[in-house]
Design a protein around this ligand. Structure first.
Ligand code: NAP
Length: 282
């Protein structure tokens, strides 16, 4: 990949920002995404200054809204005609139940629905730019079961369960995407970055926040994610879960291919995306 184009959601803070810096240092043209326009423009300007690359760019989008995910895809296309690396990194913890404009529990919407829809809407660009890579930033906290009857706040909200469920869905999505993209030159992998000192801790209950000083710095995790994005050694690796820089087994329930297919089918229904057609670029 010569001057690869990388799109990274949640690139305005924490791991995403640190990863964007490493990618730009390694000659990538980087586009970062975050909710807050002023913060995002400031971060992009700081990265341009820090790395000395004039082409670090920012697009504002609130990924909890499917309409914003669609607008982001359109805006990205208007700016770039290639996409080599899509990093679905944005994520958050919601201690209290929040339903999105589309009626979904917000953790699930940002960590799972947004990556699914953004990836699908940019898949033709990724395929046309192949070799290309999709990287989903998940978490060691990815556990089933997936409760299809509790994705819209139907049951009492437990933040940790909601986070586990959203990340579980994202791992299932990664594996199913890798299967569907076999032979296209587009790979799909997911990564647990480690326990890292970022703003995500701000939203955790007080007891958990006591452990924040023990967490690692974003820089090492950023280098691991950038390696997944750009390293030639990993060009053909697909359908894997990485932790501490190495391929690692994910939770046993993530290898349920039938569940992954069912989730995929339902997600197409929820989001209004057309049913997958292997011959179509999207
Ligand atoms: N830190 C850890 O220990 C840890 C461990 C395991 C997994 N992870 C995962 O790593 C990823 C990055 O998290 P982090 O620790 O770097 O958290 P962070 O410091 O809170 O950063 C989160 C990023 O996501 C963006 N974001 C949040 N909600 C968004 C929304 N609705 N729309 C668009 N952007 C949104 C934020 O941008 P704005 O605020 O500018 O909108 C920010 O850039 C997440 O997927 C998280 O689950 C983190």
């Amino acid at each position: 990949m010569n001057e690869p184009v990388c799109l990274i959601t949640g690139g305005t803070g924490g791991l995403g920002r640190a990863t964007a810096a490493v990618l730009a240092q390694q000659s990538a043209r980087v586009v970062v995404v975050g909710r807050d326009g002023r913060k995002g423009e400031r971060v992009a300007a700081e990265l341009r200054e820090q790395i000395g690359r004039p082409d670090v760019d920012f697009i504002a989008a609130d990924l909890s809204r499917l309409s914003e995910v669609r607008r982001l895809a359109e805006e990205f296309r208007a700016r770039c005609d290639r996409l080599h690396v899509l990093i679905n990194n944005a994520g958050a913890v919601r201690r209290r139940l929040e339903l999105t404009a589309d009626g979904f529990e917000a953790t699930f919407a940002v960590s799972y629905l947004a990556p699914f829809v953004l990836t699908r809407l940019l898949l033709d660009l990724l395929r046309a730019s192949a070799p290309a890579r999709v990287i989903n930033v998940v978490s060691i906290s990815h556990r089933g079961p997936l409760d299809f009857d509790n994705l819209r706040g139907e049951k009492p909200h437990r933040w940790f369960r909601a986070y586990n469920q959203a990340k579980f869905a994202e791992v299932l999505f990664t594996y199913e995407l890798a299967r569907r993209l076999a032979g296209t030159g587009v790979t799909a992998n997911c990564v647990h970055p480690g326990t890292i000192r970022t703003e995500i801790w701000r939203d955790l209950p007080r007891f958990w926040r006591l452990f924040r000083p023990l967490a690692g710095s974003p820089d090492r995790a950023a280098r691991d994610i950038a390696r997944l994005a750009l390293s030639p050694d990993l060009a053909d690796v697909t359908g894997q879960y990485f932790a501490a820089g190495a391929i690692t087994p994910s939770a046993p329930e993530t290898y349920d291919d039938a569940l992954a297919k069912e989730l995929w089918r339902r997600t197409e229904e929820w989001t209004g995306l057309p049913a997958w057609d292997a011959s179509s670029p999207r």
